[in-house]
Design a protein around this ligand. Sequence first.
Ligand code: IPE
Ligand code: IPE
Ligand code: MG
Length: 253
Amino acid sequence: MAHKQWFWQTKNTGDVTISKEGIPVHIAIIMDGNGRWAKKRALPRIAGHNEGMKTVREITRSASQLGVKVLTLYAFSTENWKRPKLEVDFLMKLPEEFLSTFLPELIEENVRVEMIGDIEQLPKHTQRAVQNAMEQTADNDGLILNFALNYGSRTELVQAIRAVVKDVKDGALSEQEITDATISRYLMTSHLPEPDLLIRTSGEHRLSNFMLWQLAYTEFFFTDVLWPDFSEKHLIEAIASYQKRSRRFGGLS
Ligand code: IPE
Ligand code: IPE
Ligand code: MG
């Protein structure tokens, strides 16, 4: 059924076919390799982050056009505060930079901006930019562009456990009611489906404290491509790979 397929001509891999029916609902991306991209060009690391921002725009647009419902982008981890102040300061300016340029386009494309992570610890100017984007796009019902900003999965789980304990103590929750589904409801992603596809760029094969609970049955796609070089073509390749997988969830196919 030709009308249910998209054909993509790619330079290096030839034709890639993906089906419109099998588009992952939620794609999560660990955007990695900005620093190495810059180093290869003898540029400062921040030049890589700046370039990576352009990739965010392109991939958001592609995901939206492909009909992806949720795109979660790991932008800053709870461990990234360990980096030099200059780099952290630059990374904290990026959301403003990105949103001041692309917010009109996101609104136009019916994208809803959201975030997971501890917003309170971010500099006020970063909080304002993110808050403003979330408010301005709150009524949009297209792609959810979910930034993981100052996000760490262990911190998220600790917060969830504390909240569960409090509710049990207060009598709002019984011990028997603590199930898989209950835990999911206490996470920052409570309103979102779990990721179907996780992509990590730059050749690193680890989670770096990203969505430890939510990725239990997610399909993983690792690529050596550095985030600033990642393009729609690579996204399509990842989706094509995803569509070839058999997801059994512990059962039989
Ligand atoms: C990813 O690129 C962006 C962030 C983690 C904020 P990196 O800055 O980690 O780039 P590499 O891994 O050093 O190349
Ligand atoms: C993971 O990348 C965090 C983000 C992409 C925001 P890192 O570059 O921080 O991860 P490690 O240190 O290589 O594990
Ligand atoms: Mg890195």
